[in-house]
Design a protein. Sequence first.
Length: 379
Amino acid sequence: MVMGCFGGNKQDAEDEKWRKEANKKIEKQLQKDKQVYRATHRLLLLGAGESGKSTIVKQMRILHVDGFDDTEKRQKIQDIRKNIRDAILTITGAMSSLNPPIQLGDDNHHDDFDYIQDVASQPDFEYNDEFWYHTERLWKDSGVQACYERSNEYQLIDCAKYFLDKTDVVKQPEYTPTEQDILRCRVLTSGIFETRFQVDKVNFHMFDVGGQRDERRKWIQCFNDVTAIIYVTACSSYNMVLREDSTTNRLRESLDLFKSIWNNRWLRTISVILFLNKQDLLAEKISSGKSKLEDYFSDFANYKTPPDATSEAGEDPHVVRAKYFIRDEFLRISTASGDGKHYCYPHFTCAVDTENIRRVFNDCRDIIQRMHLRQYELL
């Protein structure tokens, strides 16, 4: 009887020892997980639809992960071909709806036009030789080119010209997309996508969310423990309207959205890195003189290029004035409120230019580090 008790005590002591060791391991792991969590910079990419958020994520993969393997590149071929089909369908479909409408430049292209509108528009369409033949002929047509020049009057993906100019490459059976092709390829983002990468042993988690109006209700799920917001705006969209609302100017929508994020009560201590994106397309539009910024933003007529403006070698002064005007429209919002609890850091970007994004992200890393230290009250 006595021996049984002693035996029981010994077993209880061993169980207790095992429990303590298990608890210690769990505590250690929790502590480690907490340190990793606290050492991770969580970046939330926000902005209106088609501003270039997903392209920024692709650049992070190219710069800080391993880019895209052959399987992923092959998977993109279908998306790229769909971009070409959507582009030629959209341009030719818009010709009759514009005011004034546009005619084909060459009457011999009517068969090409009918094929694209009637056959290529079918949901189960295959990309055969006939499709490439008709697409290439139409893209060279002066009427189709004239309609493309007026693409701000309807909804056309930014990469339309890029891919329509290289159909002779994309149509080849052995075609493999380049990194630039993958960066340019447009696929609508729906939901929330997380990309993890490391820079100089620092962990980054970047969250990309859909920018269309019906996607924005999902954003609040990502607001918790955010280190910084990267807000992306398409500067070239000053003369365009929303895909989901043809009465709203895209750049005005982006400004309104920025204002609502800046003043959001959950984000009042989160600083914003502002990516003034699509500088290449903005420069093209301003230099061509066809779409004047003051026709859409009347304040631009009296705007003077600020003293702090810097320009690249050979950069058109009109372009410099335009890009700083758009920057200052955003800064007007951020300086009107903020109470010194969060700041706005603007950067001019071209999301399809890997070197530009490398440089900008390197400049941002110090800012992100400071925000991170402040987040955990270490600064």
